[in-house]
Design a protein around this ligand. Sequence first.
Ligand code: BES
Ligand code: MN
Ligand code: ZN
Length: 498
Amino acid sequence: MLKIAFSDSTPAKTGALVVGLTQDGSFTAAGAELDEKTGGMLTRAVEIAAFKGKKFKILEVLAPQGLSNSRVLVIGMGDPASLTEQDLIDTGGAVTAHLLACGEEQASCLIGDAKGAPDAAQRAALGAYGGLLRAYRFDKYKTKEGEDEKPKLKKITLHLSDKAAAKQVFKPLEAIAKGVYRTRDLVSEPANAIYPKSFVAVARKLSQLDLKISVLGRKEMEKLGMGSLLGVAQGSAQEPQLLVLEWRGAADPEAAPVAICGKGVTFDTGGISLKPAANMEDMKWDMGGAGVVIGLMEALARRKAKANVIGFCGLVENMPDGNAQRPGDIVTSASGQTIEIINTDAEGRLVLADVLWYAQKEFKPKLVVDLATLTGAIIVALGKEYAGLFGNDDDLCGQLTAAGESVAEPLWRMPLGEAYDRSIDSDAADMKNTGNRAGGSITAAQFLQRFIDEGRPWAHLDIAGTTWLEKSKHTAAKGASAFGVRLLDRFIADNYED
Ligand code: BES
Ligand code: MN
Ligand code: ZN
């Protein structure tokens, strides 16, 4: 992990210096000082480049005269009074992306005290957090990268007078970043490395953080009658697992918990309803929901959240061997409801059906949120910016939407209703696992709702479009985004902590 330090002494004489410029053309206090020290060099550079200080834009001055540092980066701060927390995080991400690209080993950020902006400690900590989020890279399998291809950035130091205050703000943010890294690692790993049992092995290491880990294997799930989940696992050589991670940080550890359930299909071939070959490799990240659950639980445990939260991961590989489930098969879920399998590629809902049942029956949660890379149809509907939000409770949906908005993991609410629900009625069983093509992500959500107890608040996030980034953004390089970890951490912090 990139090293972050907060310092109240003079910045390093090597590496990059970073200062801010607001859109009214004034440097932050530290920037003005540096400008003076260099005889107005920064002012000249800003003029010559017609740099306007727009947020996230960077002006780079190489080999600055009178300084031994290799470069000065002037980062645009826009209108500092209107910068949101997320803007500050994105600013840190933008600076870090630039430092990674230009091959710097270290940087010293001079945090000024611009009028109207949040205090320096807050800005330093949020910027550092954005830097951490952006610096993640999954390169463990790249054995032939030359030294100059590898990113060299080791350390970012943020200079301000009250370093203790900055550290204080940064501590819980670093905890969340560690959770995000965990999720990205799991989502990035290929399916020959991460399968149900190896996923569980990663979780077991987290018991050091006072997370209680328990696991149901095939036998235990058979006893509970989880025919829906087990039917998906039937065509794979990998034993399925139902992983439970418990964090009880509330004043009353017995108080009803929040349940978070994740789809953990460690590889989705489609089963007998086999997917086409093109892009099938993407289905290594069909465990993105479960990946978020584990990263979220790690974040909550690391920052010692004052809430009771239980994470559930339904871990299964969907493969088409001689024992695989067939279209037309009828399975009985643990809830007792029977399901006619129309398409074995609609497997995520089959896994979640039994996980949702178990979470409610065993733990009586005050509410349930599930996350799943559930449908391609949600990408057709919303593209890759918003995740789909479905739910039976307006307050819960409002809380989730607000949390998503504040951490730039936006949700868009989708409808549910009886007419959609009727389209998954089956002639042969209680329901079938797909509707017709129309409204594919809605009928998938209707299916899940059939496993939610009457009166229990529930929300479903379809993250198929947001789990994997094709293009980098400020807070994440392309690849696994961990969309959902920061959102749910905020959701818990804002609504369910003592
Ligand atoms: N894991 C897929 C959904 C998916 C597609 C996630 C693309 C990420 C990117 C899911 O299991 C699936 O195959 N859904 C089918 C459902 C259909 C058979 C009703 C789909 O979306 O096509
Ligand atoms: Mn599928
Ligand atoms: Zn799937």
